[in-house]
Design a binder for this molecule. Structure first.
Ligand SMILES: [Fe+2]
Length: 367
């Protein structure tokens, strides 16, 4: 029997108006909250207004740090931590997409630990991070149920994730209504991020019966959302399926980590401004092709659960959902491929993902 452990400490509360109907959950974390969010989506989605009303009702005082950037940098989360130290909150409420939720986790650590952001990557934090409540307004990141936070490190010219058990959100409120204000591109890009988590968890050295179960359920939901996602006739049923698929993908990668697809996608985001989910999606068909030699039956199962006949049809689907003009030069392909092959993500992939494998994936996808 395969040895594995399963740890999922986040309470997930899903349904319509869950924030309003479960306001009491906020009370258990204290009387002062810092809301961490980006510029737009928290307000636009209605999530911010719901949280503010609940906090007002409960007499919980709050301040807002709404300066989270897309793909937040270490400098950005240090700013957030300074805002937190000034206000001295008991807990953090992260509202938004992956950027806001990842920033909320990093700020939760830095607010109570007086160290440089590099130390986030070392774990063993002297002081327990502040509790985080996570409210996603996109359906893709899965960050609401993971111990990960991915930050841009300007000196390294890329994004690097850190993970620590103490930063799992305490509660995740999932209400698909908060994802309805997403525009077409963001809806599709983030949906593909969820798909990428599901696919990568399934094609990971660290996959277990437990993560497989989460992935298979997530892929079925993703397939259910696919006709609407493809036709751009976004229904609330599609939003709900994607939000659940995203959380299932998050729970799966909380145990397996991501693979080289994410490592190869980061430079596309850093250097070419390609949104995170889209970056993964541009590479995923080739990753499936690469895996045929290592786990053919798993690749076939993924396609079957998505109701797709082969990898060619999967590639066509990605082209429809993620149109792009991006083409990489041979120099870029070499540089990004070599860097990705040296990451932990690469070592989680099946087979031996060396620099040539990475270069081939990039070349066949974007060469
Ligand atoms: Fe991701």
């Amino acid at each position: 029997m395969l040895n594995f452990s399963f740890y999922m400490p986040t309470e997930i509360i899903q349904g319509q108006e869950v924030v309003t109907r479960n306001g009491d959950r906020f009370k258990q974390f204290g009387t002062r909250a810092l809301i961490v969010t980006g510029k737009r989506s928290a307000q636009l989605s209605g999530a911010f207004q719901d949280v503010a009303a609940v906090l007002d009702n409960l007499g919980i005082s709050y301040q807002v740090f709404d300066q989270v950037e897309n793909n937040p940098s270490t400098t950005n989360v240090v700013q957030g931590a300074e805002a937190a130290r000034q206000f001295n909150p008991d807990f953090i409420v992260g509202i938004g997409g992956g950027s806001a939720l990842d920033a909320a986790k990093a700020i939760a650590v830095l607010a109570v630990n007086d160290f440089a952001p590099e130390c986030l990557y070392h774990g063993n934090y002297p002081n327990q991070p502040l509790p985080v409540i996570a409210i996603p307004t996109t359906a893709g990141t899965g960050s609401e149920v993971t111990q990960y936070s991915v930050l841009t490190i300007p000196e390294k010219q890329t994004k690097v994730g850190f993970g620590d058990r103490t930063i799992f959100p305490k509660v995740a409120f999932l209400d698909h209504r908060y994802t309805e204000s997403m525009e077409l591109d963001t809806t599709r890009n983030t949906a593909v991020d969820a798909l990428s988590h599901l696919v990568e968890a399934y094609l990971s050295r660290r996959a277990s019966d437990a993560s497989d179960m989460l992935v298979e359920a997530g892929l079925k939901l993703w397939a259910r959302a696919l006709p609407d996602l493809k036709s751009a006739a976004f229904s609330s049923g599609m939003r709900d399926s994607l939000l659940t698929a995203s959380a299932l993908g998050g729970m799966a990668i909380a145990h397996t980590g991501t693979t080289v697809v994410h490592a190869l996608g980061y430079p596309l985001t850093y250097f070419h401004d390609i949104p995170h989910g889209k970056a993964n999606g541009l590479l995923m068909a080739e990753y499936l092709r690469y895996n045929l030699q290592h786990a053919r039956s798993r690749v076939e199962k993924i396609l079957k659960l998505l109701n797709l006949k082969d990898i060619g049809e999967f590639a066509e689907l990605m082209q429809i959902l993620l149109p792009t003009d991006l083409r990489l030069t041979p120099e870029q392909i070499n540089e990004y491929g070599i860097a990705a092959s040296r990451t932990k993500n690469a070592s989680h992939s099946l087979g031996e993902v060396n620099s040539q494998v990475c270069i081939d994936i990039l070349n066949n996808s974007l060469g």
